[in-house]
Write a protein of this length. Structure first.
Length: 199
């Protein structure tokens, strides 16, 4: 004999589930980089921006001096570190309102400067305010020496020094990828150093 049970009035029904909403936390700007890098890596990024010298930046950041060059190469090859460096450089350029084109123009100006523009047709050195603007921007220093005879001034000698033209050409050449450098480096460091450098 079978008996059929009839559910009445909602008895036995599963009560509706309450859905809870959870708000996602927004990550403040710059926090993702801090979370992605270790303390040493973050310090390396800060030090690298000082002079863009990877080896010295690694040493100042607390990495082993013996293997600093290798460490710097590995750090700069790390996508997270490279992204942090690029972001910091972009932020700095924006703060000082300097663009890559501005830097290249100044390098080109130095490379093309003719010291002859500093002299008058008679061969006399022009006063600084009368020199062309492009020449003044290429001047590194001016030294003026007083000439005397028996304590009496008889004239002056001015020495004008321009910024390093070969260095400017080298930097421009590197930007245009005109040179291919092959550098062989021998660095000795222990296995323990290699394991601990990127911590």
């Amino acid at each position: 004999m079978s008996t059929r049970h009839r559910r009445l009035g909602g008895v036995g029904r599963t009560p509706p589930r309450k859905l809870s909403t959870r708000r996602s936390r927004k990550t403040p700007a710059g926090e993702s980089r801090a979370q992605a890098l270790t303390a040493n890596q973050e310090r390396f990024v800060q030090e690298y921006l000082v002079d863009l010298n990877g080896k010295q930046a690694a040493i100042r950041a607390g990495y082993s001096e013996r293997s600093a060059e290798v460490t710097a190469s590995k750090l700069l090859s790390n996508p997270k570190v490279r992204a942090a460096v690029d972001a910091a450089k972009a932020a700095r350029a924006e703060r000082v309102e300097v663009k890559a084109d501005d830097v290249l123009r100044e390098l080109l100006l130095i490379a093309r400067t003719d010291i002859g523009d500093a002299f008058s047709p008679t061969g006399a050195l022009l006063p600084l305010k009368e020199m062309p603007a492009h020449l003044r921007r290429a001047i590194s220093s001016i030294e003026v020496e007083q000439l005397t005879v028996d304590g009496e001034a008889i004239g002056t000698v001015a020495k004008v020094k321009l910024w390093d033209k070969p260095k400017s050409l080298e930097l421009l050449g590197k930007h245009l990828r005109l040179f291919v450098d092959k550098v062989e480096t021998t660095v000795q460091f222990s296995h323990e150093d290699a394991l601990g450098e990127l911590e």
